[in-house]
Design a protein around this ligand. Structure first.
Ligand code: MRU
Length: 352
């Protein structure tokens, strides 16, 4: 099934619980905004495009579950739910983009029934478009890969981070579909050594999710720790780096912490560094300093699962994302084509 979808019988959101992979594949349902927010905060659903769909379906969910008796009251409930959803994770722009897009789509609704219908139609459109865009983006990106290439990737920018197909991994899937022999080096993606007090298993996206979904598709993948990327690039084991993005401002690409380091190493060794992301990830009105980077809990570094691996009271700095300046980016692969430096705002506006 898709990473996230709508159950038309129960009018609930259904999703793959990503915290349980790779040990267990389980579909869970969210029937309230509270349970959806919990799922987002706990990373049961994660990844920028998947969060866009979660935001959209979340607005639809609030429209269906609200027991407001007037249209005005319903709209108020939905707007509050939208704000609550947006506040769950601040860095990926797609979440607020998905929420706002569905709220906009309901503006012309004349009654409660129409509001629900418009909301669900729009949310479903976001999900369907995501798959189409990723496949389109994948085709553009595949043209950059040569038969026999090894691609290093960070975090999970695959089908689990999207509705389906994936962005960075979508490029690899498309190249493989073209008959090219592409191998992947997946970085483990620290520091999610512990999910939460309730869900204490490590939640690293690269080691658990990227490897799992590539192996499901029989795409050769080798797992390394994040700190090995310098070594493998220096050894000539990497032809290209492709990562996803959570937000692209005029001057920087925000992605999972560690991405910036890989970009510097790639630049040092003359290895192309590509970002694959749908245009919903662009936030070209903003600059790097305008963006809030999510700071996660200290226990993610003080523990590995249940095991304490650092003094309990050690000070911890745990940003979930970093910003890679545009001068380190070779190209940005989108469903509207590939952007190259100097990444002019006007060109992006025309094509976006
Ligand atoms: O904290 P996460 O798991 O939501 O972070 C996800 C990433 O950083 C991905 O690499 C990014 O969203 C690109 S997803 C196609």
């Amino acid at each position: 099934m898709r990473t996230i979808d709508w159950d038309y019988e129960k009018n609930n959101i259904i999703m793959i619980d990503q915290t349980l992979l790779p040990a267990e594949y389980r579909i869970i349902e969210c029937s309230t905004i509270e349970s959806l927010c919990e799922a987002i905060i706990s990373l049961r659903v994660r990844g920028a495009p998947a969060l866009g769909a979660a935001g959209g379906f979340g607005v639809a969910l609030s429209a269906f579950k609200s027991n407001a008796s007037s249209l005005d009251a319903l709209i108020k409930n939905i707007e509050n739910a939208g704000k609550t959803l947006i506040a769950t994770r601040p860095t990926a722009v797609n979440l607020s983009w998905g929420v706002k897009r569905v709220i906009r789509a309901m503006e012309d609704a004349r009654n409660i029934k129409e509001t629900r219908m418009f909301a669900l139609d729009e949310a479903k459109a976001i999900a369907d478009e995501d798959v189409k865009k990723n496949m389109q983006l994948g085709e553009y990106g595949a043209s950059l890969l040569e038969d026999g290439d090894t691609v290093l990737t960070h975090c999970n920018a695959g089908r689990l981070a999207c509705v389906d197909w994936g962005t960075a991994l979508g490029v690899i899937r498309s190249a493989r579909a073209d008959g090219k022999d592409i191998k992947v080096i997946a970085c483990e993606t620290r520091p999610l050594n512990q999910g939460s007090r309730r869900e204490t298993r490590p939640l690293n996206q690269g080691s658990r999710l990227t490897t799992w979904e590539l192996m499901e598709d029989k795409i050769p993948v080798t797992l390394i720790t994040d700190s090995m990327s310098g070594h493998v690039m220096r050894k000539g084991m990497v032809d290209k780096v492709i990562v996803g993005a959570d937000r692209i401002t005029q001057d920087a690409v925000f992605n999972k912490i560690g991405t910036y380091t890989h970009s510097i190493i790639a630049k040092e060794h003359g290895i192309p560094f590509y970002v694959a992301a749908p245009v919903s990830t662009f936030d070209f009105e903003r600059l790097e300093d305008d963006v809030e980077i999510e700071i996660r809990k200290p226990q993610e570094l003080r523990f590995f699962g249940n095991r304490q691996i650092a003094p309990l009271d050690v000070d911890v700095y745990n940003p979930a994302f970093d910003a890679t300046p545009m001068e380190n980016v070779t190209g940005i692969i989108t469903e509207n084509g590939i952007f190259y430096p100097p990444f002019l705002i006007d060109e992006v506006k025309i094509r976006v």
